[in-house]
Design a protein around this ligand. Structure first.
Ligand SMILES: [Zn+2]
Length: 94
């Protein structure tokens, strides 16, 4: 393991589709208060889905954030940040 290379923190996208009646259940940001989460939702434009981008150690921690009532339709995807090749090379050169 290189000394100067930081291990990237695993990130997960949690996708929680829900009905208009379930908006309050899907308001995950209220339940967690966790600063390492970013929550987005499409409710305002009629797409009732909540997306959470979270830095977590394991996929199970992502599932822990999903309300039980909505877990049948939720999805958790481990993602990596896509950096434009141009910027990546600059970083490697410096
Ligand atoms: Zn909603």
């Amino acid at each position: 393991m290189g000394k100067d290379r930081e291990l990237p923190v695993p990130e997960y996208v949690i996708e929680v589709p829900h009905s208009p009646e379930e908006c309050s259940i899907a308001a995950i940001e209220e339940a967690t208060g966790n600063a390492r989460l970013r929550t987005y939702r499409g409710c305002g434009s009629g797409t009732h889905t909540t997306w959470i981008i979270a830095e977590l150690r394991a996929e199970e921690e992502a599932w822990d954030l999903v309300p039980q009532l909505l877990s049948d339709t939720a999805r958790v995807v481990a993602v990596e940040r896509a950096v434009p090749t141009r910027l990546r090379q600059q970083k490697e050169d410096s």
